[in-house]
Ligand binder design. Sequence first.
Ligand SMILES: *Cc1c(COP(=O)(O)O)cnc(C)c1O
Length: 432
Amino acid sequence: MIHAPISEELFQRAQHSIPGGVNSPVRAFRAVGGNPRFMVSAKGPYMFDEDGNRYIDLINSWGPMILGHAAEVVNEAVAKAIPNSLSFGAPTRKEVEIAELIVSMMPSIEKVRMVNSGTEATMSAIRVARGFTGRDKIIKFEGCYHGHGDSFLISAGSGAITLGVPDSPGVTKGTANDTLTAPYNNLEAVQALVDANKGQIAAIILEPVAGNMGLVTPAEGFLQGLRSICDKEGIVLIFDEVMTGFRLSAGGAQQLYGVKPDMSTMGKIIGGGMPVGAYGGKKEIMDCVAPAGPVYQAGTLSGNPIAMAAGMAMLTYLKEHPEVYTQLEQTSASMVAGMQQNMQQLGLNYTINRVGSMFSIFFTEQPVYDFDTAKASDTAVFGRYFNAMLQRGVYLAPSQYETLFVSAAITNELVEQYVQANFEALQEAVQG
Ligand SMILES: *Cc1c(COP(=O)(O)O)cnc(C)c1O
């Protein structure tokens, strides 16, 4: 049993001055029981908490630390940038270089604007799509999370489901009315919405591989089908690649599946651990953005030199080392194969979804292909499983409705430790 009295004490203290004791709801352990661990440092595959416990990290800051923690290439770039001042509020060479790098890596992007978070990226992309088309409505998918912008907190995934507030108070009816929702992987539902709102849909936005209701893969033909609906109806297709960009391949899900959206949003890995987001797409659309065009979007710290140094180092490394993706695929495949073997031995038949280095186990025997099927998972079993893994030194996302992110720092030896922990934790979790 791992003890964490210092974390406990900090969490009690935190609740007096921070809502719920955390600065982002997904960090709380409300869905799994217990209190969050307060971290002090991390290196490679490991995180260390205030109490000196060591964990194998399978969240990796919710994606960004794809090379493992404190990767030298990134840290060195940051250290080198710091003496030159933390911010200018004026253009820098690095912003040109990172824009060119992103354009060279993401197949559909011709121009790109840097922002400070994934939320800013999606909010801005939607505004631009509306400005470009002169239309108001958007279609999103149930269980997809696109950050905490008002338009997206309708049937949203991630922390919004975990805490049972799928439709947040504070979002006005007007905003909610402009957001139409369809079940993931359901082209007929999308077509019906488009038909019922002829000429009014500005954009269809989705996670091309959904990671915020647990991992849900796009069915064969789903992304292509959306592409052709958008082409026919003059709708802007937006891939929210905040999670999948630079993770599923150097060119994201759009490269993996060979479907080009009109716009893409990015975040997480793009900052190498610093707060960075970006949105980009076709020239004609991006030229609507101020000061080139009339759609306003700005940011005091956007393109921040330290953040750009980190992002530039991370993206350059990933572009120049395609073997990272081969290794991530192998590592993740053997983790999942080990879990399948464990289940076979234990007579269990739960569903595991995986694409590349993202995967989730759902505590249901039925296939999971959308939000409703994801919600069939037994979250009480998940809670016990999560805590059993934590006790064995494996740090998972504290919610059923999240994906795990494998980093390149996970060695074969750690895969074995993970698979062994999984065996014991599954056994404990199903016993109840
Ligand atoms: C994390 C995430 C966001 C929000 O990014 P933040 O940096 O947390 O604002 C948006 N879309 C997707 C798909 C995400 O996974």
